[in-house]
Design a protein around this ligand. Structure first.
Ligand code: ATP
Ligand code: MG
Length: 179
């Protein structure tokens, strides 16, 4: 995929399909480690060890009549192509943590892309889910938690266009401060 935010959108679809109520998205950029790290954590249905292995094998799904699954293996291939790797830690009934690491300066590392639109799309598509988004760049960081927003909003839905517009402005400002 041309942008890391599109991978994030895709991987989070798995968490939503796994009926997660809480999804954490963390981006860690380190210039000292020359690392670009993405962590997606959910409290969905999780996977057995065998299922994790199968999920990471793109050929497995095509061999069976199961729907072709490419999300995780594509991210894995992309990360590995950038001197990085992908790890999937999962426990049935508890949840899943997907970690993708890229060499930050690698020529093939996709740009982050439009992460703000990605987060807005996720919130409007699954307003009942709590999303915690954190972006760290060396010693600077920004955290955004929809649970906190929902507490302030009380009866107003988080998917209301005016709320989403506010979130977008707020995130734009905070992302700018990270640069
Ligand atoms: N967070 C998760 N929680 C539970 N199961 C997961 C999770 N992520 C992946 N899986 C399981 O691993 C399989 C493979 O995931 P992957 O994203 O690679 O492909 P897919 O979702 O099946 O298809 P695609 O992403 O191409 O639409 C999923 O079908 C699902 O069974
Ligand atoms: Mg998927």
């Amino acid at each position: 995929m041309r942008e890391i935010s599109l991978h994030i959108l895709d991987i989070v679809q798995n968490s939503l399909a796994a009926k997660a109520a809480n999804i954490t998205i963390i981006i860690k950029e380190s210039s000292t480690k020359d690392e670009f790290c993405v962590i997606i954590k959910d409290d969905g249905c999780g996977m057995s060890e065998e299922k994790v292995k199968k999920a990471l094998d793109p050929f497995y799904t095509t061999r069976t009549t199961r729907k072709v699954g490419l999300g995780l293996s594509m991210l894995q291939a992309n990360a590995q192509g950038c001197n990085g790797d992908l790890s999937v830690l999962s426990k049935e009934g508890q949840g899943t943590v997907v970690t993708a690491k890229f060499q930050h300066s690698h020529i093939d590392r996709p740009p982050l892309g439009d992460i703000i639109s990605t987060i807005i799309a996720l919130i409007s598509g699954a307003p009942h889910v709590n999303f915690l988004y954190q972006h760290k760049c060396d010693d600077k960081e920004f955290t955004f938690d929809t649970k906190e927003i929902k507490n302030v909003l009380q009866d107003m839905p988080i998917s209301h266009p005016e709320v989403l517009a506010w979130i977008k402005d707020y995130m734009q400002e905070k992302e700018k401060e990270l640069q």
